[in-house]
Design a protein around this ligand. Sequence first.
Ligand code: BGC
Length: 425
Amino acid sequence: MTTASPFPQDFLWGVASAGHQVEGNNVNSDTWFLEHLPGSMFSEPSGDAVDHYHRYREDIALIAGLGFTSYRFSIEWARVEPEEGLFSNAELDHYRRMLEACHENGLTPVVTFHHFTSPRWLLAVGGWEGPRTAELFARYCDRVMAHLGDLIGVACTLNEPNLPWLLESFGIGGETPENRGSVPVWAAAAERLGVDASTVAPFQFCSTEAGFAVKVAAHRAATAAIKGRRPELPVGWTLANSDIQSIDGGEELANQVRRDVNERFLAASRGDDFVGIQTYGRTVYGPNGHAPAPEGVPTNQMGEEIYPQALEATIREAHRIAGVPVMVTENGLATEDDTQRVDYLRAAVDCVASCLADGIDVRGYIAWTALDNYEWVFGYGPKFGLIAVDRETQERTPKESAHWLGRLAQAHNPLASYETQSASL
Ligand code: BGC
Protein backbone atom coordinates (compact mmCIF):
# COMPACT_ATOMS: atom_id res chain seq x y z
CA MET A 1 0.00 0.00 0.00
CA THR A 2 1.27 3.47 -0.77
CA THR A 3 0.47 6.85 0.73
CA ALA A 4 0.64 10.15 -1.14
CA SER A 5 3.51 12.38 -0.05
CA PRO A 6 2.40 14.90 2.55
CA PHE A 7 4.97 17.41 1.23
CA PRO A 8 3.47 20.01 -1.10
CA GLN A 9 5.13 20.56 -4.46
CA ASP A 10 6.44 24.02 -3.50
CA PHE A 11 7.72 22.88 -0.09
CA LEU A 12 11.19 24.42 0.49
CA TRP A 13 14.06 22.09 1.31
CA GLY A 14 17.02 24.11 2.42
CA VAL A 15 20.02 24.84 4.55
CA ALA A 16 20.60 28.06 6.49
CA SER A 17 23.43 30.35 7.52
CA ALA A 18 23.79 33.75 9.20
CA GLY A 19 26.12 36.46 7.93
CA HIS A 20 28.24 36.94 11.05
CA GLN A 21 28.74 33.21 11.49
CA VAL A 22 30.10 32.58 8.01
CA GLU A 23 31.14 35.78 6.19
CA GLY A 24 34.16 36.85 8.25
CA ASN A 25 35.42 40.31 9.26
CA ASN A 26 32.07 41.83 10.13
CA VAL A 27 34.05 44.61 11.76
CA ASN A 28 31.35 47.27 12.05
CA SER A 29 29.00 45.02 14.02
CA ASP A 30 28.25 45.14 17.73
CA THR A 31 29.13 41.44 17.98
CA TRP A 32 32.65 41.96 16.60
CA PHE A 33 32.99 44.79 19.15
CA LEU A 34 31.84 42.52 22.03
CA GLU A 35 34.14 39.69 20.90
CA HIS A 36 37.15 41.93 21.46
CA LEU A 37 36.25 43.46 24.84
CA PRO A 38 37.96 42.50 28.09
CA GLY A 39 35.72 40.01 29.91
CA SER A 40 34.02 39.05 26.63
CA MET A 41 31.56 36.16 26.79
CA PHE A 42 32.80 35.02 23.36
CA SER A 43 35.32 32.19 23.72
CA GLU A 44 37.18 33.30 20.58
CA PRO A 45 36.73 35.99 17.91
CA SER A 46 34.95 35.27 14.62
CA GLY A 47 37.87 36.49 12.48
CA ASP A 48 37.68 35.29 8.88
CA ALA A 49 34.86 32.86 9.77
CA VAL A 50 34.55 30.58 6.72
CA ASP A 51 35.06 33.43 4.26
CA HIS A 52 31.59 33.01 2.79
CA TYR A 53 31.72 36.73 1.95
CA HIS A 54 34.16 35.89 -0.86
CA ARG A 55 33.25 32.24 -1.44
CA TYR A 56 29.44 32.53 -1.60
CA ARG A 57 29.31 31.69 -5.30
CA GLU A 58 30.99 28.27 -4.88
CA ASP A 59 29.03 27.65 -1.66
CA ILE A 60 25.69 28.37 -3.29
CA ALA A 61 26.55 26.14 -6.26
CA LEU A 62 27.58 23.38 -3.83
CA ILE A 63 24.29 23.64 -1.90
CA ALA A 64 22.26 23.49 -5.11
CA GLY A 65 24.37 20.60 -6.42
CA LEU A 66 23.52 18.60 -3.31
CA GLY A 67 19.85 18.78 -4.25
CA PHE A 68 18.46 21.56 -2.03
CA THR A 69 15.83 23.94 -3.34
CA SER A 70 16.36 26.85 -0.95
CA TYR A 71 19.12 28.77 0.85
CA ARG A 72 18.40 30.89 3.92
CA PHE A 73 21.01 33.55 4.65
CA SER A 74 21.13 36.93 6.32
CA ILE A 75 22.04 40.44 5.28
CA GLU A 76 24.39 42.27 7.63
CA TRP A 77 22.93 45.60 8.70
CA ALA A 78 26.43 46.64 9.87
CA ARG A 79 27.75 46.30 6.30
CA VAL A 80 24.79 47.98 4.63
CA GLU A 81 24.69 50.90 7.12
CA PRO A 82 28.14 51.07 8.73
CA GLU A 83 27.43 54.54 10.19
CA GLU A 84 23.98 55.82 11.05
CA GLY A 85 22.34 57.10 7.88
CA LEU A 86 25.29 56.10 5.64
CA PHE A 87 24.15 53.33 3.28
CA SER A 88 26.62 51.38 1.16
CA ASN A 89 25.49 50.60 -2.38
CA ALA A 90 28.61 48.47 -2.84
CA GLU A 91 27.57 46.19 0.02
CA LEU A 92 23.99 46.06 -1.24
CA ASP A 93 25.41 45.06 -4.64
CA HIS A 94 27.31 42.25 -2.92
CA TYR A 95 24.04 40.84 -1.56
CA ARG A 96 22.44 41.33 -4.96
CA ARG A 97 25.13 39.11 -6.47
CA MET A 98 24.41 36.50 -3.77
CA LEU A 99 20.71 36.59 -4.60
CA GLU A 100 21.46 36.31 -8.30
CA ALA A 101 23.67 33.30 -7.60
CA CYS A 102 20.76 31.65 -5.76
CA HIS A 103 18.45 32.20 -8.73
CA GLU A 104 21.04 31.02 -11.24
CA ASN A 105 21.32 27.80 -9.22
CA GLY A 106 17.57 27.33 -8.79
CA LEU A 107 17.50 28.09 -5.04
CA THR A 108 14.71 30.12 -3.45
CA PRO A 109 16.43 32.74 -1.28
CA VAL A 110 14.99 33.02 2.22
CA VAL A 111 16.48 36.27 3.48
CA THR A 112 16.86 37.24 7.13
CA PHE A 113 17.16 40.99 7.63
CA HIS A 114 18.59 40.70 11.15
CA HIS A 115 20.32 37.64 12.57
CA PHE A 116 21.52 38.69 16.07
CA THR A 117 24.09 41.26 14.90
CA SER A 118 23.48 45.00 14.61
CA PRO A 119 25.75 47.89 13.66
CA ARG A 120 28.02 48.93 16.49
CA TRP A 121 26.63 52.47 16.32
CA LEU A 122 23.17 51.16 17.26
CA LEU A 123 24.57 49.99 20.60
CA ALA A 124 25.53 53.58 21.38
CA VAL A 125 21.97 54.82 20.82
CA GLY A 126 20.16 52.37 23.10
CA GLY A 127 20.52 49.09 21.17
CA TRP A 128 17.41 46.90 21.40
CA GLU A 129 15.87 49.08 24.08
CA GLY A 130 16.43 52.31 22.17
CA PRO A 131 13.47 54.57 21.43
CA ARG A 132 14.47 54.98 17.75
CA THR A 133 15.51 51.38 17.04
CA ALA A 134 12.26 50.15 15.47
CA GLU A 135 12.23 53.10 13.09
CA LEU A 136 15.96 52.76 12.27
CA PHE A 137 15.54 49.06 11.55
CA ALA A 138 12.54 49.70 9.30
CA ARG A 139 14.50 52.34 7.37
CA TYR A 140 17.31 49.82 6.76
CA CYS A 141 14.74 47.21 5.63
CA ASP A 142 13.27 49.71 3.21
CA ARG A 143 16.73 50.38 1.71
CA VAL A 144 17.36 46.65 1.37
CA MET A 145 14.02 46.16 -0.34
CA ALA A 146 14.58 49.07 -2.73
CA HIS A 147 17.88 47.50 -3.83
CA LEU A 148 17.17 43.78 -3.57
CA GLY A 149 13.47 43.25 -3.04
CA ASP A 150 12.75 41.87 -6.51
CA LEU A 151 15.08 38.91 -5.91
CA ILE A 152 13.99 37.88 -2.40
CA GLY A 153 11.85 34.74 -2.12
CA VAL A 154 10.81 34.86 1.54
CA ALA A 155 11.60 37.62 4.07
CA CYS A 156 12.40 37.05 7.76
CA THR A 157 12.58 40.26 9.77
CA LEU A 158 14.21 39.33 13.12
CA ASN A 159 15.88 36.04 14.03
CA GLU A 160 15.06 34.64 17.48
CA PRO A 161 13.99 37.83 19.24
CA ASN A 162 12.87 35.57 22.13
CA LEU A 163 16.23 33.86 22.74
CA PRO A 164 17.39 36.12 25.63
CA TRP A 165 14.38 35.07 27.74
CA LEU A 166 15.21 31.38 27.20
CA LEU A 167 18.85 32.04 28.16
CA GLU A 168 17.72 33.93 31.25
CA SER A 169 15.81 30.83 32.38
CA PHE A 170 19.17 28.98 32.25
CA GLY A 171 20.72 31.66 34.47
CA ILE A 172 22.55 33.34 31.56
CA GLY A 173 22.27 37.13 31.30
CA GLY A 174 19.09 38.72 32.50
CA GLU A 175 20.72 41.66 34.31
CA THR A 176 18.48 44.62 34.94
CA PRO A 177 19.66 47.84 33.29
CA GLU A 178 20.74 49.17 36.72
CA ASN A 179 22.96 46.11 37.29
CA ARG A 180 24.71 46.10 33.93
CA GLY A 181 27.49 48.37 35.19
CA SER A 182 28.59 45.62 37.63
CA VAL A 183 29.22 43.14 34.78
CA PRO A 184 32.76 43.72 33.44
CA VAL A 185 31.93 43.26 29.76
CA TRP A 186 29.00 45.71 29.86
CA ALA A 187 31.07 48.20 31.86
CA ALA A 188 33.86 47.94 29.26
CA ALA A 189 31.37 48.31 26.39
CA ALA A 190 29.83 51.40 28.01
CA GLU A 191 33.20 53.01 28.54
CA ARG A 192 34.30 52.51 24.92
CA LEU A 193 30.96 53.65 23.54
CA GLY A 194 30.87 56.65 25.89
CA VAL A 195 27.41 55.79 27.26
CA ASP A 196 25.93 54.75 30.59
CA ALA A 197 26.15 50.98 31.17
CA SER A 198 22.40 50.81 31.87
CA THR A 199 21.76 51.53 28.16
CA VAL A 200 23.96 48.75 26.71
CA ALA A 201 21.32 46.41 25.24
CA PRO A 202 22.51 44.08 22.46
CA PHE A 203 19.87 41.95 20.71
CA GLN A 204 21.04 38.55 22.00
CA PHE A 205 21.58 39.52 25.61
CA CYS A 206 18.78 41.86 26.61
CA SER A 207 15.66 40.35 28.21
CA THR A 208 13.83 43.38 29.59
CA GLU A 209 10.21 44.36 29.00
CA ALA A 210 11.44 47.42 27.13
CA GLY A 211 13.40 45.03 24.90
CA PHE A 212 10.29 42.98 24.20
CA ALA A 213 8.33 46.09 23.18
CA VAL A 214 11.13 47.35 20.90
CA LYS A 215 11.47 44.00 19.14
CA VAL A 216 7.73 43.68 18.50
CA ALA A 217 7.61 47.27 17.24
CA ALA A 218 10.67 46.66 15.03
CA HIS A 219 9.11 43.53 13.54
CA ARG A 220 5.87 45.37 12.77
CA ALA A 221 7.62 48.42 11.29
CA ALA A 222 9.94 46.20 9.23
CA THR A 223 7.00 44.14 7.94
CA ALA A 224 5.25 47.34 6.84
CA ALA A 225 8.44 48.60 5.14
CA ILE A 226 8.95 45.31 3.28
CA LYS A 227 5.29 45.06 2.28
CA GLY A 228 5.42 48.71 1.19
CA ARG A 229 7.88 47.67 -1.52
CA ARG A 230 6.42 44.23 -2.34
CA PRO A 231 3.00 43.56 -0.84
CA GLU A 232 2.88 39.93 -2.00
CA LEU A 233 6.25 38.88 -0.51
CA PRO A 234 5.80 36.45 2.43
CA VAL A 235 7.10 38.12 5.60
CA GLY A 236 7.51 36.71 9.11
CA TRP A 237 9.98 36.48 11.95
CA THR A 238 11.78 33.36 13.16
CA LEU A 239 11.60 32.22 16.78
CA ALA A 240 13.69 30.02 19.09
CA ASN A 241 11.12 27.35 19.91
CA SER A 242 12.18 24.84 22.50
CA ASP A 243 9.74 22.14 23.56
CA ILE A 244 9.22 23.34 27.15
CA GLN A 245 8.56 20.48 29.58
CA SER A 246 8.62 19.90 33.34
CA ILE A 247 9.33 17.17 35.85
CA ASP A 248 7.76 17.10 39.32
CA GLY A 249 8.07 20.44 41.02
CA GLY A 250 8.98 22.35 37.85
CA GLU A 251 5.48 22.90 36.44
CA GLU A 252 5.11 26.51 37.52
CA LEU A 253 8.47 27.59 36.16
CA ALA A 254 7.89 25.67 32.90
CA ASN A 255 4.53 27.40 32.47
CA GLN A 256 6.10 30.79 33.03
CA VAL A 257 8.94 30.14 30.58
CA ARG A 258 6.47 28.78 28.03
CA ARG A 259 4.44 31.97 28.35
CA ASP A 260 7.43 34.37 28.22
CA VAL A 261 9.53 32.61 25.59
CA ASN A 262 7.08 30.81 23.31
CA GLU A 263 3.48 31.90 23.70
CA ARG A 264 3.69 35.68 23.79
CA PHE A 265 5.99 35.74 20.74
CA LEU A 266 3.72 33.32 18.88
CA ALA A 267 0.72 35.47 19.80
CA ALA A 268 2.59 38.48 18.39
CA SER A 269 2.98 36.54 15.11
CA ARG A 270 -0.78 36.49 14.46
CA GLY A 271 -1.54 38.22 11.19
CA ASP A 272 1.93 37.54 9.72
CA ASP A 273 2.32 35.54 6.49
CA PHE A 274 4.14 32.76 8.36
CA VAL A 275 6.15 32.12 11.50
CA GLY A 276 9.64 30.60 11.38
CA ILE A 277 10.20 27.79 13.87
CA GLN A 278 13.72 27.04 15.11
CA THR A 279 13.88 24.00 17.33
CA TYR A 280 16.89 22.09 18.60
CA GLY A 281 15.43 20.03 21.43
CA ARG A 282 13.46 20.16 24.65
CA THR A 283 14.05 22.22 27.78
CA VAL A 284 13.00 20.59 31.03
CA TYR A 285 12.39 22.43 34.33
CA GLY A 286 12.39 20.86 37.77
CA PRO A 287 12.18 22.10 41.37
CA ASN A 288 15.67 23.63 41.07
CA GLY A 289 15.14 25.33 37.74
CA HIS A 290 16.50 24.13 34.40
CA ALA A 291 17.09 20.36 34.72
CA PRO A 292 20.24 18.87 33.15
CA ALA A 293 19.98 16.02 30.61
CA PRO A 294 19.07 12.73 32.33
CA GLU A 295 22.03 10.46 33.15
CA GLY A 296 23.12 8.24 30.24
CA VAL A 297 21.09 9.81 27.41
CA PRO A 298 22.96 10.71 24.21
CA THR A 299 23.93 14.38 24.23
CA ASN A 300 25.05 16.93 21.67
CA GLN A 301 28.33 18.86 21.80
CA MET A 302 26.76 21.37 24.19
CA GLY A 303 25.86 18.59 26.67
CA GLU A 304 22.13 18.80 25.90
CA GLU A 305 19.95 15.76 25.32
CA ILE A 306 19.48 14.79 21.66
CA TYR A 307 15.72 15.07 21.24
CA PRO A 308 14.61 15.59 17.60
CA GLN A 309 10.96 14.81 18.37
CA ALA A 310 10.72 18.30 19.93
CA LEU A 311 9.98 19.65 16.46
CA GLU A 312 6.57 18.03 16.32
CA ALA A 313 5.51 19.70 19.58
CA THR A 314 6.81 23.12 18.57
CA ILE A 315 5.20 23.09 15.11
CA ARG A 316 1.88 22.14 16.69
CA GLU A 317 2.24 24.82 19.36
CA ALA A 318 3.02 27.47 16.73
CA HIS A 319 0.08 26.41 14.60
CA ARG A 320 -2.26 26.48 17.61
CA ILE A 321 -1.19 29.85 18.97
CA ALA A 322 -0.07 31.89 15.96
CA GLY A 323 -2.64 30.36 13.60
CA VAL A 324 -0.49 31.19 10.54
CA PRO A 325 1.54 28.95 8.20
CA VAL A 326 4.73 27.57 9.72
CA MET A 327 8.17 27.27 8.16
CA VAL A 328 10.96 25.34 9.85
CA THR A 329 13.73 27.89 9.34
CA GLU A 330 16.31 26.12 11.55
CA ASN A 331 16.71 22.62 12.99
CA GLY A 332 19.92 20.71 13.53
CA LEU A 333 22.44 19.03 15.78
CA ALA A 334 25.93 19.90 17.05
CA THR A 335 27.90 16.69 16.73
CA GLU A 336 31.15 15.30 15.31
CA ASP A 337 29.24 12.09 14.54
CA ASP A 338 27.45 12.64 11.25
CA THR A 339 25.55 9.35 11.50
CA GLN A 340 23.89 10.83 14.58
CA ARG A 341 23.01 13.91 12.51
CA VAL A 342 21.39 11.82 9.75
CA ASP A 343 19.27 10.03 12.38
CA TYR A 344 18.33 13.37 13.91
CA LEU A 345 17.34 14.91 10.58
CA ARG A 346 15.35 11.82 9.60
CA ALA A 347 13.38 11.97 12.85
CA ALA A 348 12.80 15.70 12.43
CA VAL A 349 11.56 15.36 8.84
CA ASP A 350 9.15 12.69 10.11
CA CYS A 351 7.79 15.25 12.61
CA VAL A 352 7.12 17.66 9.73
CA ALA A 353 5.44 14.90 7.70
CA SER A 354 3.20 14.02 10.62
CA CYS A 355 2.12 17.67 11.06
CA LEU A 356 1.46 18.02 7.33
CA ALA A 357 -0.58 14.82 7.37
CA ASP A 358 -2.76 16.41 10.06
CA GLY A 359 -3.42 19.38 7.81
CA ILE A 360 -0.96 21.84 9.39
CA ASP A 361 0.38 24.24 6.76
CA VAL A 362 4.18 23.78 6.94
CA ARG A 363 5.95 25.55 4.10
CA GLY A 364 9.52 24.28 4.36
CA TYR A 365 12.26 22.48 6.23
CA ILE A 366 15.55 24.38 6.39
CA ALA A 367 18.34 22.66 8.28
CA TRP A 368 20.86 24.46 10.47
CA THR A 369 23.44 24.81 9.07
CA ALA A 370 25.04 24.77 5.63
CA LEU A 371 28.70 25.01 6.71
CA ASP A 372 30.45 24.36 10.01
CA ASN A 373 30.73 27.89 11.36
CA TYR A 374 31.13 30.38 14.22
CA GLU A 375 28.77 29.23 16.96
CA TRP A 376 28.64 32.60 18.77
CA VAL A 377 29.92 32.47 22.36
CA PHE A 378 31.09 28.87 21.82
CA GLY A 379 33.40 29.84 18.96
CA TYR A 380 34.36 27.25 16.33
CA GLY A 381 34.03 24.16 18.58
CA PRO A 382 30.46 22.96 17.91
CA LYS A 383 29.87 21.37 14.50
CA PHE A 384 26.33 22.00 13.26
CA GLY A 385 27.33 21.95 9.57
CA LEU A 386 26.14 19.57 6.87
CA ILE A 387 29.30 20.62 5.06
CA ALA A 388 32.68 20.47 6.83
CA VAL A 389 35.14 23.32 6.44
CA ASP A 390 38.90 23.20 6.91
CA ARG A 391 39.46 26.73 8.22
CA GLU A 392 43.16 26.69 7.28
CA THR A 393 42.50 26.07 3.59
CA GLN A 394 38.77 26.96 3.57
CA GLU A 395 38.16 23.70 1.75
CA ARG A 396 34.54 22.47 1.88
CA THR A 397 33.60 18.78 2.19
CA PRO A 398 29.93 17.76 2.24
CA LYS A 399 29.11 15.25 4.97
CA GLU A 400 26.81 12.26 4.49
CA SER A 401 24.00 14.29 6.13
CA ALA A 402 24.24 16.86 3.31
CA HIS A 403 23.96 14.12 0.68
CA TRP A 404 21.13 12.43 2.58
CA LEU A 405 18.97 15.54 2.99
CA GLY A 406 19.78 16.79 -0.51
CA ARG A 407 18.69 13.44 -1.96
CA LEU A 408 15.47 13.62 0.04
CA ALA A 409 14.82 17.09 -1.37
CA GLN A 410 15.40 15.85 -4.90
CA ALA A 411 13.53 12.60 -4.49
CA HIS A 412 10.53 14.49 -3.25
CA ASN A 413 7.94 14.19 -5.92
CA PRO A 414 4.33 14.70 -4.99
CA LEU A 415 3.20 12.28 -7.67
CA ALA A 416 5.21 9.39 -6.25
CA SER A 417 4.53 7.62 -3.01
CA TYR A 418 6.19 9.04 0.11
CA GLU A 419 6.67 5.56 1.52
CA THR A 420 8.40 4.38 -1.64
CA GLN A 421 10.66 7.41 -1.58
CA SER A 422 11.46 7.01 2.11
CA ALA A 423 12.25 3.35 1.59
CA SER A 424 14.72 4.20 -1.16
CA LEU A 425 16.59 6.80 0.91
C1 BGC B 1 20.62 30.62 15.89
C2 BGC B 1 21.87 30.24 15.14
C3 BGC B 1 22.70 29.30 15.98
C4 BGC B 1 21.89 28.04 16.21
C5 BGC B 1 22.60 26.91 16.95
C6 BGC B 1 20.02 29.53 16.71
O1 BGC B 1 19.90 30.00 18.00
O2 BGC B 1 19.70 31.27 15.08
O3 BGC B 1 22.54 31.40 14.78
O4 BGC B 1 23.95 29.03 15.45
O5 BGC B 1 20.71 28.35 16.88
O6 BGC B 1 22.86 27.24 18.27
